[in-house]
Every structure is written in C-alpha cells, then in structure tokens.
Design a binder for this molecule. Structure first.
Ligand SMILES: [Zn+2]
Ligand SMILES: [Zn+2]
Length: 224
C-alpha cells in the first residue's frame, strides 16, 4: 500500500511530494494514521538544508516531520497497551531503553537517543510508525490541531517546571510558538512588535508581567 508524504530526498534545498510505501510497524511499534502535523523550525532547517541540517546526522531520503497526532491503526507483535482506535500524540525523542539513563527514568537524555523525523521517517505523511512508548494517549476532547502541538508545548512546560518562576518577572526571548506557549501559560502575555515595544517590555518587566520579544530586535542587541 502506498501513501503521500513530504520527503527530503537528498542534500540541498527543497522537499518533494512523493508516493512512498506505508511503513510496517516493528514489534514494539504502532502504525498511526496521521490526522494533524505541526511544522517545527527544525523542519525548515531540513527543507533549506542549512549548516544545522547538514550536521544533524539526518538519514536521507527522509519522510519529514515530528510533531503530530493521529489514530492507531496497527500494532506490532509486542505492543501490549495501545489498541487500534487509540487517539495518540507523538513524542519525538526515541530512547534506546537499555542505557543507564533509560533505566533510571531519564529517557529524554538517553545516551543513544534518536529523533523521530530526523534519524528515522517522520509524520508528514498519511501514516507513520512510532515506538509504543512514544505514542501518548490523548483525551478525545483535545482537537487534533492542539494535540499535534503537544510535543513543542512539552518543551515550554519543561522550561517552566525547571525554574522557580512563581511571582517573578520573566523575559521570554523569541516570539515563536514555544515562546508564546510558555508565556501564555501565565496568561499575562503581550506579543511585542512595532514601534514603542521596547518601552512596553520594560514596563511589563517592572510590573512583573510576562513579555516575549524577537531575538533579533534592536532592543536586545543594545544589551550586547
Ligand atoms: Zn520540533
Ligand atoms: Zn537509552
């Protein structure tokens, strides 16, 4: 069976819209019918084939994409929990399950970590396979357009949980989706752009509000 996919076929700029075989899940994997995907900055690096992408160990040709949700439609022989019909969101970090970190609850810094959509085929396709332990069940009340962004949301949530930020003043540098979701987690956020925003940023910082600003702003450069 074949499917449509966005493929990084070779070195150099650009991507291809191709028909490729629907992947078979390995023994510990599930086959997911992708219902929504999100585009990450990483995907743009890969599409442009810039210096980061050239040095990321990307396996070509590659079905791109790593932020997604969908419905489990097939399971490998050793899959025990997820059943066909499960609504899941994908986790990008693919731990080996055997190293010291993996055996001590630190799979996210696995010594043999692989990345979905970078080191193996990803989710810019009609179907994707992913290890069962990287497919997280999602409540049906969360729409696919949100469930597809749980992976980057996890990045910003982790940043909040890593720091003692309650009641503090915080500057979020960068107005991308992760920075915005981080700031929105406190519901006191104003995207800063246009003339006059450096003054607003300073005022919001003084008032312990949450601000976000683009890293290439003149204001930020003026801080050296
Ligand atoms: Zn990403
Ligand atoms: Zn490991």
């Amino acid at each position: 069976m074949e499917m449509h996919a966005i493929v990084k076929a070779g070195e150099g700029p650009g991507v291809e819209w191709r028909r490729v075989p629907v992947p078979d899940p390995g023994p510990d994997e599930v086959l997911v019918r992708v219902t929504a995907s999100a585009v990450c900055g990483t995907d743009l690096h890969i599409a442009q084939w810039n210096a980061w992408a050239r040095n990321a160990g990307i396996r070509l040709p590659l079905v791109m994409g790593h932020e997604f949700c969908g419905e489990v439609v097939g399971t490998g022989s050793r899959v025990r929990v997820l059943k066909p019909g499960a609504y899941v969101a994908g986790e990008t970090h693919l731990p080996c399950g055997a190293c010291y970190q993996c055996r001590n609850g630190l799979q996210h810094i696995c010594g043999n970590l692989k990345l979905f959509g970078i080191h193996r085929d990803g989710c810019f396709a009609e179907y994707a396979t992913i290890p069962e332990q990287c497919a997280y069940p999602v409540p049906a009340t969360i729409p696919p357009r949100i469930a597809a962004m749980l992976e980057p949301l996890g990045t910003s949530l982790r940043a909040v949980l890593e720091m003692d930020v309650s009641g503090g003043s915080v500057v979020v540098i960068g107005c991308g989706p992760i920075g915005r979701s981080w700031a929105r987690s406190r519901w006191r956020f104003m995207p800063l752009s246009g003339s006059g925003w450096p003054g607003r940023a300073a005022a919001m910082a003084r008032s312990r509000s949450w601000v976000s600003m683009p890293p290439d702003s003149a204001w930020w450069r003026s801080w050296g």
